[in-house]
Every structure is written in C-alpha cells, then in structure tokens.
Design a binder for this molecule. Structure first.
Ligand code: UD1
Length: 338
C-alpha cells in the first residue's frame, strides 16, 4: 500500500513515515522543505533502514503533483503540508489561505483524477476555539476561528466533507490534533522550529539548553488550578500511530464516500506549570522562567474526550508527558551538540 505523505519531512509527518513503515505501508515523502530540512530524511533512514522516495515538490503546484500521481500509484494520501504559525497567520493571512487551501484543493482534484481512494487530513483542536465545556467531543460545536491559521483548518474540514458527500469515490478522515510534543525516542528525528519557537515545548528545551535566556509563561490568572492554561499534550509518536489507524480504518470502511472527524488527544489536561515541573523533574534540569501577561488569542483550557478514537480506531495514547519531555530534551541535546 503506497501512501503519499505530504509534509513528510516535517515534525508530525516524519514520525508518521516511520510508523507507516512499521505497519507495512510504503510511504512516499513530498516536502517543499519550506519549514523542514533534508537531514530529517537521514534520520528516517537510520530508524527504518530504508530510503523512501522523496520528492521536493510544492503541493500548490498542480502540474508537479499531477506528474507525481502519474508516476506513483498511490493508495492513499496523508496531507500534513501546511503553514502552521498562528501569529504569522494573523500578519499574513493571504499566505495562509493560499498555501493551506490551494494545496488541499490540488490534492483532492488529483486524487479524484487518479482514483486514489483514501485521504487523511491534519486538522486541529483549534477548530473548537474556547469551548463552553471540556473535555471536547467531536460533537462539541466548532467556534469561529481565532486566527487565519485556525480558519484554514476549519475550511479544510468543510471542503473535505462537502467533497466526499458529492460522491467522488474518496473516503476521508480529519484528525483534530491536540498539542503534539516530544520526539522519536531514538533522538534521530524531532521538532525543528524555524527561528524563535512560538510553541511551548521547543521554547522550554531551547531555554534549558541555553539558546534562549528565559521562558515566559503566558498568564497565571486563568481559571485553572494554578492559573496557567490547560492543554492536552500528546506524544508525537502516539499521534503518528493514529494516522496509521486512520488509514487502516479507511481501507476497511465499506461505505463509499465515508467522512468523519476524530479528536486525537490523550484525554488528559495539564497546565503549563505542570508541564514545566515535569520537564525539570524527569530531566533533572532547572528551567529559567518568569510569569508574564497572557498571550492574545490563547484558549484558557482544552483537552480531548478521546472515546471516539479509542473505540472506533482502537487507538489510545500510550506515552506520558514525562516520556514526551524526556524525548524532547534528548532531541534538543542532540541537535545542540551538532
Ligand atoms: C497552537 C494552536 C494549535 C496549533 C499549535 C501549533 C490555537 C488555539 N492553537 O496551540 O492549533 O496546532 O499552536 O502551532 O490556535 N506558552 C507559554 N510560553 C511560551 C509558549 C507557549 O506560556 O513561550 C503557553 C501558551 O500560552 C499555551 C501553551 O503554552 O497556554 C501551549 O502553547 P503552544 O505550544 O503555542 O500551543 P497552542 O497555542 O495551544
């Protein structure tokens, strides 16, 4: 089963390539290396012992995508390739709409043309906004997006739903990720943020490694046990495995034009301070941090209700935040030493 992995050199994509291989799929990697680098492919090769086909292609380029589909006979597509920086999306909304939406349209059209039946889409818990009640289920109403980035995920889901309902012969799943953290336990692949990280864990590991002076905790006056935000932090390897389960579900699904959405989280929420404390404990390092003002647009608390993914996909998160923070730190040590 040959699977196109767009954004396969990225953080979640690279871990998914490894898990696809372990499950017996044949991944083909496409990445324009905008927010990733070729070194990741070396890491994948070391872990799997295999050199998967890699194409440096931009998924917005319909001609290149078409040529690729004509060359490789895909059985499915996992579409990670997208811009993902919330703050940048507020400054450059057209870049986000253009990149994230056009690539999706190009892929869906090309899949239809070449009769590729299975599609997995990277969505996000950002589609819930600040929910009225937690944990959130897949039936929790979506809220208007708080950023253009978030809106591209909501629009992406709608496009896929409408498309599958028009009976194109494509089955699809949108996975709503909660907060992916960690790295592969081999320390051969992990997160490689471009510039100053905006996400919490890369900022923590870079600060602990001395690359940043201090971490600012954004807000301590939220309505949570210690006043800091609550998130559902999921190990990236667990998240990668959910993609394999999603593909397997699509393959076994007999309903033509099937479409569904799944939360992919651990089902447990931790505060930012709990995460920091766990990081210090498991790694035996002291983190320099201060409490600062809230960050605009942050959701106070969110975590998944993961019954649907547990029951239907038979997927459960296996790793703890301690595992993820140890793996993230080992990865940081490795890349800092290089
Ligand atoms: C955001 C997006 C999510 C997206 C993810 C990846 C929203 C609501 N969420 O998640 O959809 O997939 O980015 O880019 O748009 N924090 C600090 N100090 C820091 C950095 C973060 O205290 O230096 C706190 C934040 O206030 C937040 C938590 O850590 O409470 C997690 O932040 P972050 O890692 O940026 O992820 P989200 O904002 O949850």
């Amino acid at each position: 089963m040959k699977i196109l992995v767009t954004g396969g050199a990225g953080f979640i994509g690279s871990h998914t390539v490894v898990e696809l291989d372990r499950a017996g799929f044949e991944p083909v990697i496409v990445d324009n290396l905008y927010n990733s680098n070729k070194g990741v492919l070396e890491g994948i090769k070391k872990i799997t012992g295999k050199d998967f086909p890699f194409y440096e292609i931009d998924c917005n380029n319909a001609d290149q995508v078409r040529d690729l589909f004509a060359k490789e006979q895909f059985d499915g597509v996992i579409h990670f390739a997208a811009y993902k920086a919330v703050g940048e999306s507020v400054e450059k909304p057209l870049n986000y709409y253009e990149n994230n939406i056009i690539s999706l349209l190009v892929l869906l059209r090309t899949m239809q043309e070449f009769n590729v039946p299975n599609f997995v889409f990277s969505s996000s818990c950002t589609v819930y906004g600040q929910p009225d009640a937690i944990p959130v289920t897949e039936n929790t109403p979506r809220k208007p997006a708080t950023s253009p980035y978030g809106n591209t995920k909501a629009i992406g889901e709608d496009i896929i739903r409408d498309h599958t309902h028009s009976k194109p012969g494509i089955k699809a799943i949108s996975l709503r990720y909660f907060n992916p953290i960690g790295a592969h336990e081999s320390s051969l692949i992990g997160e490689l943020p471009n510039g100053v990280p905006s996400n919490l864990v890369p900022f923590i590991t870079q600060t602990a490694a001395g690359l940043r002076k201090s971490l600012t905790v954004f807000g301590s006056d939220y309505d949570t046990p210690d006043g800091t935000c609550i998130r559902d932090f999921i190990h990236v390897v667990d998240l990668a495995k959910a993609h394999v389960k999603a593909l397997e579900l699509l393959q076994s699904e007999t309903e033509a034009n099937y479409y569904d959405v799944f939360n992919v989280g651990t089902g447990e929420g931790y505060t930012v301070l709990q995460l920091i404390n766990t990081f210090e404990e498991v790694n035996g390092v002291k983190l320099n941090y201060t409490i600062g003002p809230r960050r605009e647009g942050d959701v106070e608390k969110i975590y998944a209700q993961s019954d649907k993914v547990n029951n239907i996909m038979k997927w459960t998160a296996e790793k703890s935040i301690a595992d993820a923070l140890r793996d993230a730190w080992n990865w940081q040590l490795k890349i800092t030493a290089q």
